[in-house]
Design a protein around this ligand. Structure first.
Ligand code: UDP
Ligand code: MG
Length: 323
């Protein structure tokens, strides 16, 4: 199998036939060496019936049906785990990501890349709120994240077998797949495209899901929020010191009401102490969290010829322990 296409579908009955028409055309050059995996993520419309019917006509089509709605990222994971191809192409069902970009992505991968991701240069037919929130989200995420995550990308990408296998070794349950591909490394390149409006139907990402997704992203790639207390403690210490001088001045000048100095000092000193204690806890919880994720420490991209042919045991240590 040379190529697998993975598409998560939730209530996408309206777009399925158009999707399959464009997809089968796009994968035609690979003929029988390609498969299309449609994952039905607990749809309540005729999506599964449509997939099952289409599977009778399209030999390359495989349908998977999840037991219930598990969300976009889980549905995508199910498809990725089932994929058998040497290269894996993933896109949304609503044709916002053009399947016609496949040959160009394939050509880029031929140059030795492991991940070719689509970068949304333009977004058509999306609300101002969606565009603005996405813009803020990707910039904010990168400011916090320990791994650079390409901005304005979605799950539209072509990946190599080894990049996919690396992602599949990551056992975390809160999956932010675009970040996981960024994290595994290897050689990556972006390709700009115009994101079309959804072909039909409503967005399956209401605000509540978007928020969940955003929180998964930030907490999955950064422990910075946990450490905020440490930083606040530091600022609070500075304020305490400044205040100490002010209080001392007022006291010496005889302008201080009785009890005021000690009150103020106690208040600001104890806020500092409390924030400090919270910060220390944050540091430990951050480490507990990182360990609990049990992410693999590294994936090998290459090995030197000599090391392998001489049969020597080389210990390959990861450059750094990723958080
Ligand atoms: N999707 C899914 N499960 C969900 C939500 C969405 O499988 O719980 C799929 C959906 O069918 C589509 C993709 O995820 O193929 C992206 O969803 P959508 O296009 O609605 O998101 P938007 O483009 O509006 O962000
Ligand atoms: Mg969409």
């Amino acid at each position: 199998m040379l190529l697998s296409v993975v598409v998560p579908c939730m209530n996408e009955a309206e777009v399925l036939s158009a999707l399959l028409a464009r997809l089968t055309k796009a994968i035609a050059p690979w003929g029988k060496e390609a498969e299309i995996i449609l994952v039905d993520d607990g749809s309540t419309d005729g999506t599964w019936a449509a997939i099952a019917a289409a599977a009778r006509d399209v030999p390359q089509l495989r349908g998977l049906k999840l037991s219930a709605n598990r969300g976009h990222q889980a549905a995508l994971t199910a498809g990725l785990e089932a994929a058998q191809g040497a290269r894996i192409f993933m896109l949304d069902a609503d044709l916002q990501d053009p399947p016609e970009l496949l040959p160009e992505m394939m050509a880029m991968m031929d140059q030795g890349y492991d991940v070719v991701y689509g970068r949304r240069a333009k977004r058509k037919g999306e609300s101002l709120f969606k565009k603005a929130s996405a813009w803020v989200f990707y910039r904010g995420l990168n400011a916090l994240s320990d791994v650079p995550i390409p901005e304005d990308t979605g799950d539209f990408r072509l990946v190599s077998r080894r990049a996919l296998d690396a992602v599949l070794t990551m056992p975390e349950r809160a999956r932010f797949i675009r970040g996981m591909f960024a994290w595994v490394g290897f050689r990556q390149v972006g390709i700009e495209y115009t994101r079309d409006p959804r072909l039909a139907g409503e967005t399956k990402y209401p605000l509540s899901k978007m928020l969940r997704f955003g929180i998964d992203a930030v907490t999955g790639y950064s422990t910075t929020p946990l450490r905020i207390a440490t930083r606040l403690a530091f600022y609070s210490l500075i304020v305490t010191v400044i205040m100490a001088f002010y209080v001392l001045g007022s006291w010496l000048g005889g302008q201080a009401a009785p009890g005021w100095s000690s009150m103020l000092m106690a208040l600001s000193f104890f806020s500092f102490m409390q924030l400090m204690a919270l910060g220390i806890m944050g540091e430990y919880i951050g480490r507990l969290y990182t360990e609990a994720k049990r992410r693999p420490l590294y994936h090998l991209a290459e090995e030197t010829e000599t090391a392998r042919s001489s049969g020597e045991v080389v210990s390959i240590l990861p450059d750094s322990r990723e958080a």
